[in-house]
Ligand binder design. Sequence first.
Ligand SMILES: NC(=O)c1ccc[n+]([C@@H]2O[C@H](COP(=O)([O-])OP(=O)(O)OC[C@H]3O[C@@H](n4cnc5c(N)ncnc54)[C@H](OP(=O)(O)O)[C@@H]3O)[C@@H](O)[C@H]2O)c1
Length: 226
Amino acid sequence: MRIAVLGTGMVGRAFAARLVGLGHEVTIGTRDVAATMARAETDAMGNSPFPQWAAEHPAVTLATFADAAAPAELVVNATAGSATIAVLEAAGAANLAGKVVLDIANPLDYSAGMPPTLLVKDTDSLGEQIQRTFHDARVVKALNTMNAYLMVEPRQLADADFSAFVSGNDPDAKKTVTALLESFGHTDVIDLGDISTARGTEMILPIWIRLWGALGTPMFNFKIVR
Ligand SMILES: NC(=O)c1ccc[n+]([C@@H]2O[C@H](COP(=O)([O-])OP(=O)(O)OC[C@H]3O[C@@H](n4cnc5c(N)ncnc54)[C@H](OP(=O)(O)O)[C@@H]3O)[C@@H](O)[C@H]2O)c1
């Protein structure tokens, strides 16, 4: 499949590398290609400068958000939640229309430091905001409840039979995303219902962040035992 991964951070990179490994054609989207390819600093999360990562992954191309989204069959949103709507506007509503948009972003507000709070919650969610703003896109919220490396390589934990969630209004779009997750190795994908159920998975972040602190590692996940 031809896939646009919007986002140059660790999620976008993990996704792009895994998708290429599975035989997909992948373009990463960014604001300014020249600026991104001129980066020389390691980011706040300790990720290598993008040009270094790009040199190690020559099959992945880099383009503007719009140029990445235009030819894509599926679009992955792996951008900062505070910037997501602006990024998707830059990608272009017409370039998202009719397409599955897999939204992984969390609406985290770091403006008051750590731990972050949620920019939207309780009665709305980022997933719903995306679906409302880009009404012709087929938005599916998924994978935002786990670390980037576990999203794409779930089998690396000893007890890999953990749970992933999908939320969205379009049953076929959720089937497409579920099949993609299963191709990564996920075995327990739970369909929560329409896109409003993204409120639940976005609001899991406050406990996820405390678990990260308590366990001292982001390599853990939720398993729904029933
Ligand atoms: N890290 C994880 O393990 C993890 C796990 C679950 C969910 N998530 C969620 O996944 C998303 C991606 O996380 P990440 O850590 O990979 O990357 P990130 O640092 O949250 O986001 C990086 C991307 O956001 C874009 N961006 C940032 N500020 C922008 C602005 N003001 N205007 C336009 N674009 C802007 C950047 O564009 P440029 O390319 O132009 O710089 C870049 O592509 C986030 O929503 C995060 O909460 C992350």
